[in-house]
Design a protein around this ligand. Structure first.
Ligand SMILES: [Zn+2]
Length: 189
């Protein structure tokens, strides 16, 4: 191993995995986050409790396969470097107006986005509502906190749609397995 050249307030890994809204609202004030979006929820379940379950599973599977993982909550001071970064969310909307979607900056490759969409569309039995369909998805603040050739925000589905909620709730770890499988396929060791 070479001596680390990176500053202390940064991490370097194969994959950065962020759990959307995790740690809020507590993390907003100390990190000066003005738009403290707490995420959605339904039936007594909160998005910010679901996303860490998925993110932890992604990290567990990747680490078991020898990948280095930077696991981040919603708010943190560090600026990281990785080969790919994924930001995990569930959507909330006027009930059943939404579904699954993705957001990404211009730098993310078409192949990366297509590979996830193909994989998830084949499994998720509800609507795929689009790409970058809100400014929040297209210009997600998390994209600026990591240097990575591939960055993508994943909305797994809509918590506020009862049918989607019922499908998603028992599959949180399987969602993590799916994201991990996708990333390992995209980032051969
Ligand atoms: Zn969210």
């Amino acid at each position: 191993m070479l001596a680390a050249a990176a500053p202390a307030a940064a991490d370097d890994g194969d994959v950065l995995v962020q759990a959307g809204h995790e740690g809020r609202p507590g993390s907003c004030a100390p990190l000066h986050v003005k738009a403290c979006n707490l995420g959605t929820g339904a039936s007594g379940e909160r998005e910010r409790d679901w996303t860490p379950i998925v993110a932890d599973q992604v990290a567990r599977v990747l680490r078991a396969h020898g990948y280095t993982v930077i696991r981040r909550p919603a708010d943190y001071a560090e600026h990281d470097t990785a080969r790919a970064a994924v930001f995990l969310h569930f959507d909330g909307a006027v009930p059943c107006a939404s579904g699954a979607s993705v957001g990404f900056p211009e730098t993310t490759s078409r192949a990366f986005v297509d590979a996830w969409e193909q994989r998830y569309r084949a499994w998720f039995p509800f609507r795929f509502v689009g790409e970058n369909f809100t400014e929040n998805e297209h210009r997600y603040y998390g994209f600026r906190k990591v240097d990575a050739p591939e960055k993508m925000l994943i909305e797994f589905g809509e918590m506020t749609c009862p049918e989607q909620f019922a499908w998603l709730q028992p599959r949180l770890r399987r969602l993590g397995n799916e994201v991990a499988a996708f990333l390992m396929e995209q980032l051969p060791r």
